[in-house]
Design a protein around this ligand. Sequence first.
Ligand SMILES: Cc1ncc(COP(=O)(O)O)c(C=O)c1O
Length: 458
Amino acid sequence: MGYKEIYALYREHIVAGRLKPGDRVPAIRALASELQVARKTVETAYEILIGEGYFVSQGAKGTRVNPDLVLASAAEPETATAPPTSDHSLRETKGELRLGIPALDAFPHKKWLLISAKAARTLRPDEMVLPPIMGHQPLREAIASYLNISRGLNCQPEQIFITSGYRANLRLILAVLAQPSDKVMFEDPGYFFGQKLLKRIAPNLHYVPVDRQGMDVDYLLRYHPDARFAVVTPTHHSPLAVTLSLPRKHQLLEWAQQNNSWIIEDDYDGEFHYTRKVIPALKSLDVHDRVIYTGTFSKTMMPAMRVGYLVMPKETIARFSELGEILETGMSLLPQKILAQFLSEGHFYRHIKKMRILYQQRRRMMLEALQVCFPDVFEFELTDGGMHIVAFLQRGTQDKELAEIWQRHQLRVLPLSGWYMQTQKRYGLVIGYTNIRSVEQASALLQRAEAETRALLL
Ligand SMILES: Cc1ncc(COP(=O)(O)O)c(C=O)c1O
C-alpha cells in the first residue's frame, strides 16, 4: 500500500462520516507496522491529510481528525456572501475582471506575516551573502514534495530550478538546451506573453492549432515531426481552458521520445480544476523524462511574488547547473524562505483547497451575471477548470472593439482573437472572475458596459 492509498482511505472514511471530527487516528509508527509499510509512507499520507486540513497533529498527544473540519460540500467561504463592494472602492482599483489574478481578498495575510517575520528573524549570516543559483534548498524540497503529491510527478529536489516565473523559465530552457536553428512549436491560440517572447528568442517558431481536445498533436506529427521543442498547456489550455486528451498526451510523449525532442509543460493553473478530480500533470506520464515541467506561484499565491520553477529532466541537470552559473544570479532569498515554510507547514495545501472551492463559486457567479446581462451576446463552452471564462460572441467578429469598450469602463478583459496567430480565429472575451464577490457585484460591473455592448453588437 502506498501513501496515496492511505491518504485516499482516510479521506473516504472522513467524507463518509465513518471518522468524525476530533476522532483519534493511529500513531504513524503503529499504522506503519500494522500495514507493513515504511514509516515514511504513512508519514507522507498524514502530511497531506494535515496539509489539506483533514487531520491535525497535536504533538505528543498524537493526531486527530480536525475537530473544526467542515466538509467541502458544506463549506461556504466567508467571502462568498459578502455584500457587493461599494462603487467607490471599485473605482479605486486598477480594473476588474483581470485574468489570472488570484483572489486578493482571500490571501492568507496573517499566516504570511507570521512566517515572514520568522524568516527575517532567523536569517543567518551565511544566508546574507549570495543565494544558491538553483534555489533555496528547503524550497526545492518543498516544491518537489508538493509536485509529487499534488501533481503526480516523481521528481527529486535536485531537479527543481527556482526562477522568477514563466518567461524566465522559457528563456533559461532555450538558452540551455536549444540551438538557434531548433524548431519550436507553440499553441495557436496561445499565451500572448509566451508568443511574444518566443518570437524574439526562437527564430524557427511554428504554431500548432488547438481544438476542444487541446493541442492538435496529429497536426504536429504530420507537419513538424522534426520539431525540437513543443510548448504546451495540457491541463488547461491558455486561453481556451480545454484539457489535452489522454490519447494526445500519449501521442505527444511518444513523439518526444522517438525524436529526442522536449516538451515544455506550462502547468500555470493546474491546481484549479473543479468538476472532476484534479488532473495529474502531463509530466506524471513521462516515463522517458522528455518533459520539462514549469510552474509558478503567481496563480496560487500572487503574481508580484515572482517565484516560478522548472523541473529539469535528470540528464539535463549538469547543463542547467553549468549555464545557470553564468546566466543566473539566484532568486532573492527571503521570499524563498517564506514560501518554503509556508509549504512545509501545510498552509499552501490548505490555501489551494480553499481557493478551489471559492473559485468554483465565483465562476458560477460570473457565469450567471453574464447570462443574465448578455443572454443574446455570448455563448459558453464550459470547461472543467482554470481561472477565467471564455465568452464567445454569438455573432460577428468585433471582439477587439468590444474589449476596448469594456476596458474604457475599467473592465480589463481581453479579446480572444488577439491570442491567435495563423489558425482560423474565434471571437469573444477572455474574462477573469477570481475576484468577483457576488452575482450582484458582477452584474453591476457588466452593466457599466451594457449599453455600449448592445449598441455595437445588436
Ligand atoms: C499561460 C500562462 N503561463 C504561465 C503564466 C505564469 O506567468 P508568471 O510565472 O510569469 O507569472 C501565466 C500567467 O498569467 C499564464 O497565463
